[in-house]
Write a protein that binds this ligand. Structure first.
Ligand SMILES: [Cu+2]
Length: 258
């Protein structure tokens, strides 16, 4: 089972601070009834720690969102893009300061799925000894990098959000994806189907997921989250439809519809 380890951790930590050594909840009246000065000072310190912990939780940890993706059999789904988009219309994003890399290794795109913010320059180095001819027909992010080895082409900057499907004219089995998002808060699920997003507090967000393996309708792949008053949120996407085969098992364009 995939539990919210981070959520569970912070919740447990808060509980411990409010408990005595036996795990029994400690009230103020019981605290005052303690005769031992050391016990009282220890408990006072724990209460101070509790208040400090709560303050810390609303500032530093107030925006952590645990996202889980499970398939229809309850299995974790790795390598799923997870990103958040503000719903208050204020989506002015800073210009990306760093580029990204979509490598070509052993006649595969590496990583298979890359997530970048809109406006990010992406390099396509060819680390193989054979030449590749990389292209995408994904409107409006079409591009072609004529046959090359090494790093002969300038980075490609993706100015439009959406899915960019990658292919190679020489090797038909080469499949890759770049998901361009209007967000600075994006990541992918790990082997446990878990992703952690850190968001600004007091905002309403759409939490979205995407993977070429997912066949559920898009409307089921977005959930609204209000961060305010929801300091450590957990969201689980339970997919209803059978997944497309994972790459390279299903290494054919016909397995995908993107
Ligand atoms: Cu190739």
């Amino acid at each position: 089972m995939c539990g919210g380890s981070r959520l569970a951790f912070s919740g447990r930590r808060t509980l411990l601070l409010g408990e005595n050594a036996l795990g029994t909840p400690m009230t103020i009246s019981r605290l005052l009834a303690l005769r031992n000065v050391d016990q009282r000072s220890q408990m006072a310190a724990r209460l101070i720690g509790l208040f400090a912990s709560l303050l810390f939780a609303t500032s530093a940890f107030g925006s952590d969102v645990d996202v889980f993706v499970v398939d229809r059999d309850g299995q974790h789904v790795a390598d799923v893009a997870v990103y958040a988009v503000r719903l208050d219309g204020q989506n002015d994003l800073p210009t990306p300061t760093a580029g990204a890399i979509m490598d070509q290794i052993d006649r595969q795109f590496v990583p298979h799925l890359l997530v970048v913010q809109t406006g990010t320059p992406v390099e396509f180095p060819n680390s193989d000894t054979v030449a590749h001819h990389v292209y995408s027909f994904s409107h409006p992010n079409k591009f072609i990098l004529p046959m090359y080895k090494g790093q002969q082409h300038a980075p490609v900057t993706f100015e439009h959000s959406g899915v960019v499907s990658l292919g190679c004219n020489i090797h038909d089995h080469m499949l890759g994806y770049i998901l361009v998002v209007d967000s600075t808060a994006f990541t992918k699920t790990d082997a446990n189907g878990h992703a952690l997003l850190s968001l600004e507090s007091a905002e309403e967000y759409a939490i979205n997921i995407w993977s070429p393996r997912i066949r559920d309708k898009v409307k089921f792949l977005s959930k609204t989250l209000v961060v305010s008053g929801n300091p450590n949120a957990e969201i689980t996407f339970s997919l209803a439809k059978k997944l497309n085969p994972s790459h390279p098992e299903g290494a054919s364009w016909s397995d995908y519809k993107y």
